[in-house]
Design a protein around this ligand. Structure first.
Ligand SMILES: Nc1ncnc2c1ncn2[C@@H]1O[C@H](COP(=O)(O)OP(=O)(O)OP(=O)(O)O)[C@@H](O)[C@H]1O
Ligand SMILES: [Mg+2]
Length: 584
């Protein structure tokens, strides 16, 4: 047997660093958590080269006096707990007293700190070797700079990813923290350029708005429910929006951002039957549980917790989210989101704009007719279908099936083909709108109860600038002074069309838009309205709707791409299929 010896502290720190510090984002997380623990109201972060060259965190928190710094840099040096029992219900992020020494053992590290204005010290640590502290003048607070992470651990250095992917990881862990601390001002620069500015706010929704845009934040549902000692609060996605944007899932337990697959599944269970199976909702939740019912000291980076009674927590979260969706569902059954009014389609008296389309001599008319999928119900469906068949005699439409209420699948001579229903409809509407903008008015439906919209100044301006074109697309509007609009007719791309939402989103997208030239403006407007008006993923389509869409897509000039340039069609050749089955 070899002889046993105790490792020198620098080696022990490096080993600890292996657990706590995996990449620049873990450094960032530890430093920002320390700043929050120090009561900071503002945190400034500088990242360089994805954090590989530099991670610097400055705060205006409590700071440290000169004699506290060596303790902070020593292993197990912490101000946050004194005895093991303090761990129960610990309310600070930190409690182990190992983050700073671990980070300092694998980097060029510097800490500048002052417990009172003007009385600062600066200490450099290189690969764990603590230098002589120097007096400096600085305001109360702390700045920690971590340069050349893993410069002395080649094995680790090798595993760092590109600057871009390290940056992404840093943003992700910072986002999680920022959501748990909406009241703290956070500024981030990336390679010297300001990358993220989060003003202090009073709600998670506002913070979300600052990160992903007000529109995104507005569309989320409030979750707020108490079950015994468990309080679930935050925001979750409307069922209709699930799957339409990047999925984001953020969870904190007693204010600590963590991952928890079990709670993630509980949230998904709450959505059951409101969304298609397989797509996953976005949510931003904090769950408060009694301090003694959760152990926060089970993961090296504190990224997970252990519950004493997991089942009860999961059920509480599921119920809370379910209730939030329930509130929403009842309003949605009216056919609209948000404002509760109902409208019905009535025949429009012929209007001069529509007449332009009527004469059979118009070159655009038949084309236009052909490419409008008829999404109305009943016997019309058959007509639409027959029309389509007649107008596209080239090839019969193959049997179609809808998959995940998102794709239309069919068999083709040389393979299996999937059409993305939203992208496809977007393409169809875009070309239809372009023709309409250039030649006349689109068929519209008159609202039984006109829609009243109050616009902000920017939206109002966007409306004024595009009014003529929006009217041609079917939004017949009366201005009502200030920026209140009365909308009398709306386009009718499909029966589930949410006209108010479409108009609002379109104006939002056009805000501040300075597109020169009518052609460019047409394109921009047609693309925007098409995107907002197209059927979404998750909507069930009837056979005839699928056939109409299929035929209409086939008649477009660019059927393979939607207006964002994404594919509308994916083709899996029999060759590939057979290779997968090992037949080739
Ligand atoms: N930004 C800061 N402002 C004021 N004090 C700080 C700051 N960062 C660290 N400290 C002090 O240094 C101590 C050590 O920090 P360190 O992160 O190593 O351990 P910890 O936060 O106590 O526990 P953990 O290892 O779990 O993070 C802290 O307990 C705190 O007293
Ligand atoms: Mg800490």
């Amino acid at each position: 047997m070899p002889s046993i010896s105790i490792l020198p502290p620098a080696v022990a720190d490096q080993i600890a660093a292996g657990e706590v510090v995996e990449r620049p984002s873990s450094v960032l997380k530890e430093l920002v958590e320390n700043s929050v623990d120090a009561g900071a109201s503002a945190i400034d972060i500088a990242i360089e080269d994805g954090g590989r060259r530099l991670v610097r965190v400055s705060d205006d928190g409590a700071g440290m006096s000169a004699d506290e710094v060596p303790l902070a840099l020593a292993r197990h040096g912490t101000s946050k707990i004194r005895k093991a029992s303090d761990l129960v219900g610990v309310s600070t992020f930190g409690f182990r007293g190992e983050a700073l020494p671990a980070i300092a053992s694998v980097s060029h590290f510097e800490i500048e700190t002052a417990a009172a204005d003007g009385e600062g010290t600066s200490t450099k640590v290189t690969g764990g070797h603590v230098g002589k502290p120097e007096r400096i003048a600085r305001r109360r607070g702390t700045t920690v700079s971590v340069a050349q992470l893993f410069y002395n651990v080649p094995a680790r250095l090798k595993f760092l990813r590109s600057a871009r992917s390290e940056w992404r990881s840093a943003v992700e862990s910072l986002t999680a923290l920022a959501l748990t601390q909406p009241g703290i001002r956070i500024n981030v620069s990336n390679d010297g350029k300001s990358a993220l500015t989060l003003p202090p706010v009073t709600s998670v929704r506002s913070r979300l708005g600052a990160i992903w845009g007000g529109r995104y934040a507005e569309d989320l549902l409030d979750v707020d429910d108490v079950a015994g000692p468990i309080h679930t609060s935050g925001l979750a996605q409307r069922p209709a929006d699930v799957g339409t944007s990047t999925r984001r899932a953020f969870l904190s337990i007693n204010g600590r951002a963590v991952r928890d697959a079990g709670i993630g599944r509980a949230v998904e269970a709450a959505y059951r039957s409101t969304i298609i199976a397989g797509v996953r909702p976005s949510f931003f939740l904090n769950v408060t549980v009694p301090a003694d019912s959760v152990d926060v000291n089970v993961h090296p980076a504190k990224a997970e917790v252990r519950f004493r009674d997991r089942w009860t927590v999961e059920r509480a979260v599921e119920t809370a989210v379910r209730r939030a969706l329930g509130n929403f569902d009842s309003a949605a059954s009216l056919g609209y989101r948000g404002p509760s009014f109902v409208f019905r389609a009535v025949d429009l008296p012929p209007n001069p704009g529509a007449e332009i389309l009527q004469p059979p001599v118009s070159r655009d008319a038949p084309l236009f007719e052909q490419s409008v999928p008829d999404f109305s119900g009943g016997s019309n469906e058959l007509e639409a279908y027959e029309q389509v068949e007649v107008s596209a005699p080239a090839a019969p439409i193959p049997p179609l099936i809808q998959l995940r209420r998102t794709y239309i699948a069919f068999e083709h001579e040389d393979g299996l083909v999937l059409i993305d229903q939203h992208s496809a409809h977007e393409r169809v509407l875009y070309e239809q709108f372009m023709r309409t903008l250039e030649s006349g008015a689109a068929p519209a439906q008159r609202l039984l109860l006109p829609l009243t919209l109050h616009l902000g100044p920017a939206e109002g301006e966007a409306f004024d600038a595009n009014r003529e074109y929006l009217e041609r697309l079917g939004f017949e509007v009366e201005g009502f002074g200030g920026h209140t609009l009365i909308v009398n007719t709306v386009p009718m791309p499909h029966p589930r069309f949410d006209a108010e939402r479409c108009l609002r989103e379109t104006l939002d997208a056009l805000t501040g838009d300075r597109v020169a030239g009518a052609a460019a403006r047409h394109e921009r407007l047609a693309a925007t309205v098409a995107c907002k008006a197209a059927i979404k993923a998750g909507e069930e389509l009837s056979q005839s709707e699928m056939r109409a869409l299929f035929a209409a897509l086939r008649d477009t000039t660019l059927p393979a791409h939607d207006v964002h340039g994404r594919s509308t069609i994916v083709h899996l050749t029999w060759d590939e299929v057979e290779r997968r089955f090992g037949r080739r």
